[in-house]
Design a protein around this ligand. Structure first.
Ligand code: ZN
Ligand code: ZN
Length: 363
């Protein structure tokens, strides 16, 4: 962050996005501001986090002063004193118009200037180190194990809600902190809605359904993300073709991932195969996204992106085909980019038959 300050035109950065504060300090509380200047760092939080902040920063080996302010007035007074005469960078995507105006008019009279910055910490978060990759992979392993143990239940006509609830519970039971996002269980016609939610749905999973299951676990703040599509019973000819095309498109996309590859090319590899099958309009979303402390982060992978992949980026490849009369098929893996390709972090079979899943080869 300190290296980026000069180019951003500021002397210090005020980090207010909590996940960025966590990334830089290990602090996981729900309220804090972090001031990073060229020679000092100060975490300002409230009384609830006095002990937790000190413990977490010490555990992360972070050399920062922890300042406790019981009210907003106290907190901004400390900040104003610490940032006096500085050109202070704000995270423009995470400061509201009202907050910025209050800082200018009221809270920060001593700063020289407030500077809008974009993505300084996010740029650092793009490349994951080995410890981050290990956490994502651990989350993915828990997620796969949880689904594997519940597959027999798919044949018991559960509702989408009940299957999702069991899956979420099993993920917690196996040691994750929770879900990385709200579980998607989308059976039959619901599968044609890419982000159909399981919660509250009384649709039963029936013979002949395609079932899209898109879910993930959270381990030490890091997310996993995987989608598998099952067919309950024998797929129809169209369903079989959908499964084949999306499986091939997903493999083609993964095969394109490597350091130096453009995200647009990964999307194109998936999209051209689906287009060749005549379903271009039925692939209605981008191909993937970065995964880390947030479930959706940079780099985005779609036809409209201009990013180039680098070793250590973690991205998903998740093409899909959605046809209301037949259901939906989406297959998604999360991979870490390497110099000459990528390594999958989600290790699970892609066989659409739940009964063959356990013995099928993994990615
Ligand atoms: Zn997903
Ligand atoms: Zn995803």
């Amino acid at each position: 962050v300190r290296d980026a300050l000069g180019e951003a035109g500021c002397d210090a950065l005020l980090v207010t996005k909590l996940v960025n504060i966590r990334y830089l300090t290990g602090f996981t509380g729900s309220a804090a501001m972090l001031l990073v200047s060229s020679d000092a760092m100060m975490l300002i939080t409230d009384g609830r986090y006095r002990d937790q902040a000190a413990e977490q920063l010490r555990a992360a080996g972070v050399d920062a002063e922890v300042a406790i302010g019981l009210t907003a007035e106290q907190q901004y007074k400390m900040l104003d004193e610490a940032a006096a005469k500085a050109r202070l960078g704000l995270e423009a995507h995470h400061v509201t118009w009202a907050q910025q105006r209050a800082m200018v008019d009221r809270w920060l009279p001593s700063t020289a200037e407030l500077v809008a910055t974009e993505g300084i910490v996010e740029a650092l978060r793009l490349v994951k180190d080995d410890g981050e990759v290990a956490r994502i992979e651990a989350a993915a392993t828990i997620a796969t194990d949880a689904l594997t143990s519940l597959l027999p239940m798919l044949f018991e006509r559960p509702t989408e809600n009940d299957f999702g609830l069991e899956l979420d519970t099993e993920i917690r039971r196996l040691g994750a902190e929770g879900n990385s996002f709200e579980t998607i269980i989308a059976a039959g016609p619901n599968g044609a809605k890419p982000h159909h939610r399981a919660a509250g749905s009384d649709r039963r999973i029936e013979e002949g359904d395609l079932v899209v299951i898109d879910y993930g676990a959270l381990v030490d703040g890091y997310c996993s993300d995987m989608t598998r599509t099952f067919c309950i019973g024998e797929p129809s000819a169209t369903q079989r073709r959908m499964l084949e095309v999306v499986t091939a498109a997903q493999a083609a996309g993964v095969a394109t991932v490597a350091a130096g590859a453009e995200t647009k090319a990964v999307d194109g590899a998936c999209r051209s195969l689906i287009g060749d099958a005549g379903w271009a309009d039925a692939f209605s979303h981008g191909t993937g996204h970065g995964v880390g402390l947030e479930i959706h982060e940079d780099p985005r992978v779609s036809w409209s992106t201009t990013a180039t992949l680098a070793a250590g980026h973690v991205v998903t490849v998740e093409p899909g085909v959605y046809l209301p009369e037949h259901g939906g098929v989406r297959i998604e893996d999360t991979v870490v980019v390497t110099q000459d390709g990528c390594r999958p972090l989600t290790h699970a079979p892609k066989d659409p038959d739940p009964q063959r899943w356990r013995s099928a080869p993994t990615t």
